[in-house]
Design a protein around this ligand. Sequence first.
Ligand code: SF4
Length: 237
Amino acid sequence: MPRKSTPRAPLHAAEFRRKLLTWFRRQGRDLPWRRTRDPYRVIVSEFMLQQTQVSRVEGYYHRFLERYPSVEALAGAPAEVVRESWEGLGYYRRAANLHRLAQEVMREHGGVIPADPATLLRLPGVGRYTAGAVASFAYERATPAVDTNVGRVLRRAFHPRLARLGAERRLWETAAAIVPTRGKTAWAFNQAIMELGALVCTARVARCGGCPVRGACKTGRRAAMSPMRPESTMSAL
Ligand code: SF4
């Protein structure tokens, strides 16, 4: 995505990026889908992680890939068998969409999962976040990927007073402005900001005291100036 089409990065964005990446290199979890750039494996993990926790997904992810090791194997399986393979994960619509996606990739894209977010967006079950995530995590493109965790971190860090109306657009703009465009750092940045939202800056509590980006975060800086403010009250932001 060309930098000129995005708004200017917010104040402290460079420090935020640098500290976040340093923390992720030391503290990021070793998850199976972080060890691969195979677009099929990445897209399976992204579908499974929609509405399901990491700890539950891990076992299912390995079993599913043993049964359907390629997009071709999944596309060729009967729909009811794919549904059975999803049993226990819930939200079966995801399995149906993933199956349809595999068939469409075989039919329309020669068996290759597209790299372009706009093309990904036209596949079954792929929303804006998943399109960005696959482009970044499989193809290492410098695209933003804003899920609930990332949106919360961006809001607290750069727009703590953001009104609900138009918030989504603003958060995507900020993500596009701060995602690194040099080299392959976007992969690590997108993984890192998700990790921060999952482990430190959670929906329930913002652990600003131990947060690596505290000095570059508006909410964290405010918390540092008001030490009496309980961190759990941050969850309202
Ligand atoms: S300093 Fe606090 S609000 Fe800011 S990103 Fe870290 S945990 Fe979240």
